[in-house]
Design a protein around this ligand. Sequence first.
Ligand code: FES
Length: 194
Amino acid sequence: MSHPVKTHISGTAHGFREDYKKLGGASSSRRSFLGVLLGAGASGVGALLSVPLLRFLLHPLVRAKAQVSWKEIGSVEELASVTSPVKKLVKVEQRDGWRRIVSEKAVYVYRDSNGHLCALSSVCPHLGCSIAWHDDKNKFICPCHNGQFAADGKLLGGPPPRGMDQLKSKVEGGKLVVHYQTFKQLVPIKEVIA
Ligand code: FES
């Protein structure tokens, strides 16, 4: 009398094992599918994150190539009265690695022998002090080591190895604009640094 019951129980256990195996197989393939999906997702996210990171790392290099900025000095009308050098300030953006530094730089506007407005950097080509125009002496004098320059920036005397650095300038829309640059010190020929 107990035999059919035993068979029934055995059959149920077998069926359960088979079901379990099937379920286990399905679960295993589901797990591997999820694994592939997660892997692909992680790769996608990694790729997406790497784009801004690469842009961040390459930013100064890309920027250095693109950065040619002209700074406005003033209207030609306003500068019409310039006979001797006049000091003007321009806002300059510089990059030190990944740091952005905005500072004001002094430039001198003067009129050349043809009557054109020109601009000079006020940074001394000797050791980088700020050169000042002296109206009473009709020349530029560097306060650090007494470097002296004519109104057009030509070297008159002192330790500087060359005259004051000319900045590229042009008139655009009635305004005088300059391309502010920095130059290597202690060398006789002007060399652009930035
Ligand atoms: S820094 Fe100007 S003369 Fe030396």
